[in-house]
Design a protein around this ligand. Structure first.
Ligand code: PDD
Length: 286
């Protein structure tokens, strides 16, 4: 059984309990982060901590008292749960006042809820799926307009994923005003020649921590990067496509809306970027 963290305590997972009045439960009033673990170490912890702080600020949510101890808490969970490869899920909600109310509770009396748990995923880095690639469908982006804040309102992304599964595919790329925003839980990219194209940052997408690292490594490797929106038609004609996230790293996409991309197998740039990303991230892990 896992040991999880809840509001200052390390507990067996079946003993960690949150109030029915918690605003995460009633209002999806919460933010989260997913940090990957390789070789028992955290990948890009600082990036995730910074984005978490930004999400809290954007929502006017107070930091939990333990905010400055988050690195230690992550490490302790990795240690006690003996995680070599996997993820740490962290969630902060606006806490649990004693009733349901649209008005935010007084932060003096209602403290945020802080939860962390581990997800053990042996073989995460050496995923067989990375060698064959994934298939995606496109779907209208019907999420709210502040996708740059990493909130726990994940119903639409979950519906998008189910639509992909129903079509016999792996994931969905979301479209707004004719351009791809991102994947259900990842950033989306296409490759043309030596150029990597991915949507520019803004409120329309989550500013992926993996995205930032991958674009940095791509530029260092003399690849061209264009940060701009692209259409599904452009994507279908691309030489390669891939997604990035903390749980998939760089994952090749070999089919979009039943249209085969490139040769139908992971392309050289996607494969190379995955290799560089894993190598550099392992080196920098803490
Ligand atoms: N999802 N876009 C969306 C909508 C996401 O949910 C995620 C991450 C990303 C990639 O961000 P990062 O590289 O920082 O993981 C982009 C996480 C992994 C999840 O919800 O499980």
């Amino acid at each position: 059984m896992r040991t999880v963290y809840l509001n200052g305590e390390y507990l067996p997972e079946n003993e960690a309990q949150v109030s029915i009045f918690d605003r995460g439960f009633l209002m999806a009033d919460g933010v989260y982060e997913v940090t990957s673990v390789l070789d028992g170490k955290l990948i890009d912890f600082d990036g995730h901590a910074k984005r978490l702080e930004r999400s809290l600020n954007e929502l006017g949510m107070q930091k939990p008292d333990a905010f400055d101890d988050l690195l230690d808490i992550h490490r302790e969970l990795v240690r006690v749960n003996e995680i070599n490869e996997g993820m740490i899920y962290l969630q902060i909600t606006r806490g649990a006042p004693n009733d349901r109310d649209f008005v935010y509770p007084d932060p003096e009396t209602t403290k945020p809820t802080l939860v962390l748990f581990t997800q053990n995923k042996p073989g995460l880095a050496d995923s067989p799926v990375a060698k064959t690639g994934i298939k995606v469908i496109s779907i209208e982006d019907q999420r709210w307009a502040r996708r740059d804040i990493k909130t726990v309102q994940l119903l639409y992304p979950s519906m998008a994923k189910m639509a992909a599964k129903a079509a016999g595919k792996d994931d969905a790329w979301m479209i707004e005003d004719g351009k791809v925003t991102e994947g259900s839980s990842n950033n989306a990219y296409i490759v043309k020649g030596n150029t990597i194209i991915t949507r520019h940052l803004g409120n329309e997408i989550l500013h992926g921590i993996t995205r930032a690292a991958v674009l940095r490594f791509a530029r260092e490797a003399q690849m061209q990067v264009e940060e701009r929106g692209f259409t599904i038609d452009e994507a279908k004609e691309a030489d390669e496509a891939f997604i990035t996230s903390a749980s998939t790293f760089v994952m090749p996409v070999v089919e979009i809306d039943d249209h085969t991309i490139g040769t139908g197998t992971p392309g050289p740039i996607s494969a190379r970027l995955r290799e560089i990303y894993l190598e550099e991230s392992r080196k920098a892990a803490i």
